[in-house]
Design a protein around this ligand. Structure first.
Ligand code: APR
Length: 255
């Protein structure tokens, strides 16, 4: 099937669906300038996740995490939602079909674009907390300490270690969010998987749950994924290009 035919097929599946859930990964945000993790040149080609993004490593060498965070946070703060994010807002607000976004991303771009029910499986870089006294911080409070040249931000109240509310390797996912994600997938009649290599568990276990509920599956990804053969349609391309084309097709069907 040509990419044009796949886009038509995806639009007709969306047209006949009423409870759409999106599962997104870092590929959703690369067109906003935020690198993904496993593509060539991705974050893990520069930083070993075992050293820079693992919980026990964070406790023993927090300066490594903060070095990576310093580079990435500027990119995230300067990033804006791309045409892929905006297409999902249209699917929610105009078509009233998109009921939830389950994202592995910590860049809060789905919320900034305007989607309302965003489940952040891996947390968000927007807030942080002191690991000793539990004081909560907003990311601008931390940015100030980093801008003043502090290598490792510390809690102004108790000098404890501050950690952004993102899930590092070796940490469990927020169980309430995971349970909500399972509930959304079980209600979905269509799951659209966008920009994920589907290689990191337990997050990657969610899309396959849709196979058991009989939901249709659309995959939009820059490369093949291990679920392509189980999808109703798998489209290889950029989310910021493919999603607007699918919406265009949807308008044609509706007109
Ligand atoms: N459009 C569509 N797909 C894209 C785009 C794009 N513009 N850019 C990249 N991709 C694809 C890549 O081909 C890749 O298959 O998105 C996928 C991104 O895969 P990863 O980099 O592995 O990111 P992700 O799946 O989100 O990783 C999951 O792993 O390291 C942890 O916590 C981290 O949340 C992350 C998790």
């Amino acid at each position: 099937m040509s990419i044009k035919e796949k886009i038509k097929t995806a639009a007709s599946i969306i047209h006949s669906s009423n409870y759409i859930v999106v599962f997104s990964g870092a590929g959703m945000s690369t067109e906003s300038g935020i690198p993904d993790f496993r593509s060539p040149g991705g974050l893990w080609s520069k930083y070993d996740p075992g050293e820079y993004a693992e919980y026990s490593a964070f406790l023993s060498h927090p300066e490594k995490f903060w070095t990576m965070h310093k580079e990435l946070s500027q990119t995230v703060l300067e990033a804006s939602p791309n045409l892929g994010h905006k297409s999902l807002v249209t699917l929610e607000k105009e078509y009233r079909k998109l009921k939830a976004i389950i994202t592995q991303n910590i860049d809060f771009l789905h919320s900034r674009a305007g989607n309302s029910n965003v489940l952040e499986l891996h947390g968000s870089g927007q807030t942080a907390c002191c690991l000793s006294c539990g004081t909560e911080f907003y990311y601008t409070d931390i940015q100030k300490q980093l801008d003043e040249g502090k290598e490792v931000p510390k809690c102004p109240k108790c000098e404890g270690l501050i950690k952004p509310n993102v899930v590092l390797f070796g940490e469990s996912l927020p169980s309430n969010v995971f349970q909500q994600a399972i509930a959304e997938i079980s209600s979905a009649d269509l799951l659209i998987i966008i920009g994920s290599s589907l290689t990191v568990y337990p997050a990657a276990s969610l899309p396959s749950m849709a196979l058991d509920t009989g939901a249709r599956i659309i995959i939009i990804n820059d490369e093949a994924t291990m679920m392509d053969h189980q999808a109703d349609v798998a489209i290889h391309g950029k989310a910021g290009v493919i999603l607007p084309l699918i919406l265009e097709e949807l308008r044609n069907i509706d007109s």
